[in-house]
Design a protein. Structure first.
Ligand code: TEU
Length: 569
């Protein structure tokens, strides 16, 4: 890209991700609800949020916490009513904020009416909404594809003798996107939500919807060899997305983000370059696999800092050159807390949380803040398997134990990798259950809530919350945050990540010490010459209470992070 790329309003916006089940409970049921979110909109407005991404609140048996949808057009009573939803939309719009909802259409719950019809007989008109295949000659699954949550990706329907495809849990049946009626039904469903006033969509694993229709065995030549190469960014995926754009996103000016599983940079440029009329932006996960040895999630290793920096840099440069747009994030509901994972959630918790925020918010893209991130919520580190709720975690625990891993070791892996790390209830204050519920929370509240909570974060001017608030405001004030070209500055420094963002006559410079060491970072001569020629440095934000001048040699205390604007002010 070019600096001339057309600016969009969401280039200067920040999105806040809400996992409703763990956000705020107004009924005492122990699970959060829609009214609980509405009640907290002033808080989000104070943070400076423009868009709220609300995760699935549709009717669902809840095996995968709502990512198993049984009815796309009704609200799960656990979360409230359609009136509650309409009130949420109104209250957001009244504040000038927007709502992005979650669209989960790679699969439905096996309790969805379409699936009930489909499984009732081979002749049923809904049969072809899903993916059915005859058994392999030995009677086993049609091919060797594996589910992302463990075990084979096929389930046998004993009545018809055929298998149906389930890339996630066995209760999440993959839709057959080759069927035009499926595509039409999905567009109609999205238009239903447009009619409710929704402004945008987050599209769940949308790059998996087009499967190679030969359904070949995976020969294992490309790791992890679980079949994903035959359905990731599949043959017709761009055609399908373009059709959604033409009928729904384009005409209604939606802001959209596609969740892209195991994708590539080249594909994400295609998905998000506006000329192609697909999505506004994309999530990718490569930077969150830098602690997976050989790509294996359920094995531990210290994270590879250089790989993290290289991935950010490649995607910054590549998306800029290709005219794509990144969704920037360190956290979501599927990831352990970045604070615990990449930095220090103990002694240097405050510095660490602010360092991660500055490092991410200085990049090009649209930043996403996942609930609790803005107050520095850490992983809970549970000492018993009984605390875990997530279907993927429980499946993997069982599989690890069956494979001979000791229960202690399996628990140690879950402590680091479980999605439940991000799903503990939001910590509002220091009252019982952190003010999340008056009942019994569905999942355990983190024990540190008395010191880590919203109430105290709002009171302290130097809190993590206020640091996020400033970053979010800076992006709105200075165009360089959304426009500046990226250049990495640190030359593989083992502890420091440093980069610049430049426009014609200005630069932003971010320098972050990802270690507990006190050190001095020296900007390489050429970079120093180029940057200092642009003018004086003004510190826009830091996390140490100090205001160091921009200089070639920068002294960095543990987890220090600074962001300067260099200009001829
Ligand atoms: O997740 C997609 C996905 O592939 C991962 O983030 C996944 O959870 C992880 O890699 C497992 O190791 C999306 C949703 O965000 C997730 O919550 C759902 O469970 C999943 O799709 C299925 O709908």
């Amino acid at each position: 890209m070019s600096e001339s790329r057309q600016a969009e309003w969401w280039h200067r916006s920040t999105v806040y991700q809400v996992y409703p089940k763990s956000f705020n409970d107004t009924t005492g049921s122990g699970t959060g609800d829609i009214r609980g979110l509405t009640e907290k909109l002033d808080y989000l407005q104070q943070l400076g949020i423009d868009i709220v991404w609300l995760q699935p609140v549709y009717v669902s048996p809840g095996h995968d916490n709502g990512y198993d949808v049984a009815d796309y057009e009704r609200i799960n009573p656990e979360f409230g009513t359609m009136e509650d939803f309409e009130e949420l939309v109104q209250e957001l719009h009244r504040r000038g904020m927007k709502l992005m909802t979650d669209i989960v259409v790679n699969h439905t719950s096996t309790e969805h009416e379409w699936f009930r019809q489909a499984i009732s007989s081979k002749e049923n008109p809904y049969r072809d909404y899903y993916i059915w295949r005859d058994p392999a000659p030995d009677g086993g699954p049609p091919n060797n594809w594996q589910s992302k949550f463990g075990g084979p990706a096929w389930q046998l329907d004993e009545t018809s003798g055929q298998y149906y495809l389930t890339l996630f849990d066995k209760t999440q049946a993959d839709l057959n996107w080759e069927n035009e009626r499926v595509r039409r039904a999905v567009n109609e469903m999205m238009l239903f939500w447009v009619g409710k006033g929704v402004d945008g969509f987050r599209m769940d694993v949308i790059n998996l919807i087009s499967k190679d229709q030969r359904f070949p065995d995976d020969d294992g030549s490309v790791p992890p060899g679980d079949g994903r190469k035959f359905y990731t960014d599949g043959p017709r995926v761009h055609e399908f997305i373009r059709a959604m754009y033409d009928e729904v996103f384009g005409p209604h000016q939606m802001v959209t983000v596609g969740e892209m599983s195991s994708t590539t940079l080249a594909e994400c440029i295609r998905y998000s370059n506006p000329e192609r009329r697909e999505f506004s932006m994309t999530f990718n996960f490569h930077h969150l696999k830098v602690d997976y040895p050989g790509g294996r999630k359920w094995e531990l290793m210290p994270y590879d800092f250089e790989a993290l920096k290289r991935l950010f840099s490649d995607w910054q440069t590549g998306m800029q050159q290709g005219g794509g747009w990144n969704a920037l994030f360190f956290n979501n509901h599927d990831q352990p807390r970045a604070l615990s994972r990449f930095t220090d959630d103990g002694t240097y918790r405050e510095e660490s949380a602010k360092l991660l925020a500055t490092t991410l918010h200085g990049l090009q893209g649209t930043p996403y803040v996942y609930q609790g991130e803005e107050i520095g919520m850490p992983n809970p580190r549970w000492s018993s398997i009984r605390e875990f709720r997530d279907i993927e975690s429980l499946n993997m625990y069982r599989i690890l134990c069956e494979q001979g891993t000791s229960p202690e070791e399996a628990l140690a892996v879950l402590q680091e990798r479980s999605r439940d790390n991000a799903r503990t209830p939001m910590q509002w204050d220091d009252s019982p259950n952190a003010g999340f519920t008056a009942g019994t929370p569905w999942i355990k509240v983190d024990e540190r809530y008395k010191e880590i909570n919203v109430r105290q974060a709002l009171e302290r001017p130097d809190s993590i919350f206020h640091h996020y608030r400033k970053l979010i405001a800076l992006r709105k004030t200075y165009g360089i945050f959304s426009e500046g070209l990226y250049r990495r500055l640190d030359e593989e420094h083992p502890e420091v990540y440093a980069y610049a963002r430049t426009t014609g006559g200005e630069a932003l410079v971010v320098v972050s010490n990802f270690s507990a060491k006190q050190l001095t970072f020296r900007l390489p001569d050429q970079h120093w010459a180029d940057l200092s020629a642009l003018g004086e440095g003004k510190l826009l934000i830091g996390n140490t209470g100090e205001e160091p001048a921009f200089a070639q040699e920068i002294s960095l205390s543990p987890y220090a992070s600074y962001l300067w604007l260099i200009s001829r002010a």
